[in-house]
Design a protein around this ligand. Structure first.
Ligand code: ADE
Ligand code: ZN
Length: 325
């Protein structure tokens, strides 16, 4: 499983921070955030909403562009070790300079510097998707979208929304998504994780994303499943995340196999791997155990993921060679 070349489309940079890395950052800043870890040193939270709080507490010790350079290197080391050859990760100007465009550019330069280094030394390619955070509200999302538009190009390739799906509505973020789209950014949105089919329908109607983060609860409405298949909407499915956060009791109960069978374009990602005791290798192993997914199925998933990637054609062609090899 480790050797299979993988493409990951849904990874939150801060959410991928190894706990030991975050503890080191906290020690450097003489901050005590020991309350977010269990006695074995793993992140500890009760439910999704507590997870968001722990996530934000862990992120609070990442303060400078150099912290983000080191974080990016630590994260890409883990991804490369799991066989990931291409990754798109969610970047948050909220946490990187408080949505100030000049500050954001410094953070982005540091992240890109680490990505260049990782590409040279580990052969993994990274691109960024700027994400606003739903529970931070539409005003902050506007500032985030401006950061995204100001840095859109061949490296910052997308715009999205994460956070608490139960507050506000996709249409409240329309200005931000229009701004990002006008800057040439491709669109993905978290939906169908904490809201059911209606949340997905509202997201499609308001924001018209090419991809959905999660989207798995479409399975509760088979007409919507057919619509996703017809539209060609790509689901960034994170089965281990959904199981860890209690959406489904185990992998066998997860709808990814059924969505795939019904013609929806599914991909596989880890979301926030250390929070969910996951890696891309573990996702593959569990999918193999639950659904007997084999090398052929994983090759199909990797190809579908690369097809749905937001990078340019030259990059895709370069990565496609790695998938074939
Ligand atoms: N931010 C980080 N992980 C997330 C998830 N699984 N859902 C929504 N927002 C997130
Ligand atoms: Zn996510």
């Amino acid at each position: 499983m480790k050797e299979l070349p993988k493409v990951e489309l849904h990874l939150h940079l801060e959410g991928a921070a190894p706990p030991a890395f975050v503890r080191g950052m906290a020690a450097e800043k003489r901050e005590d955030i020991s309350g977010i870890f269990d006695d074995r040193g793993a992140y500890h939270y009760k439910d999704f909403w507590d997870f968001l709080k722990v996530y934000e507490a862990a992120t609070s010790v990442l303060r400078t562009p150099d912290d983000y350079r080191r974080l990016t290197l630590a994260v890409l080391e883990e991804s490369a070790a799991a066989g990931v050859v291409y990754s798109e990760c969610f970047l948050s100007p909220d946490f990187c300079g408080g949505r100030d465009v000049a500050a954001w550019k410094d953070y982005l330069a540091a992240i890109r510097d680490a990505a260049d280094q990782a590409e040279r030394s580990m052969g993994i390619t990274l691109r960024g998707i700027i994400t606003c955070i739903r529970h931070f509200g539409p005003d902050k999302a506007r500032e985030t979208a401006i950061c995204a538009a100001e840095t859109a190009g061949d490296w910052v390739v997308g715009f999205g929304i994460a956070g608490d799906e139960k507050v506000l509505a996709p249409k409240d973020f329309l200005w931000s998504f229009d701004c990002a789209r006008e800057a040439g950014l491709r669109i993905t949105a978290h939906a169908g994780e904490w809201q059911g089919p209606q949340g997905i329908r509202d997201t499609l109607a308001a924001l018209n994303p090419e991809r959905l983060g999660h989207g798995v609860r479409a399975i509760e409405d088979l007409a919507l499943v057919d619509e996703l298949a017809e539209r060609g909407t790509v689901l960034e499915v994170c089965p281990g995340s959904n199981v860890a956060l209690g959406l489904y009791p185990n992998f066998r109960a997860h709808p990814i196999n059924e969505l795939d069978r019904r013609g929806v374009k599914v991909t596989v990602s880890t979301d926030d791997p250390p929070f969910f005791h996951s890696t891309m290798v573990r996702e593959y192993e569990e999918l193999h155990r639950a659904f007997d997914w084999d090398e052929g199925q994983f090759a199909k998933i990797a190809k579908a993921s690369l097809d749905a990637a937001f990078c340019d054609a030259d990059t895709k062609a370069r990565i496609a060679k790695k998938l074939e090899a």
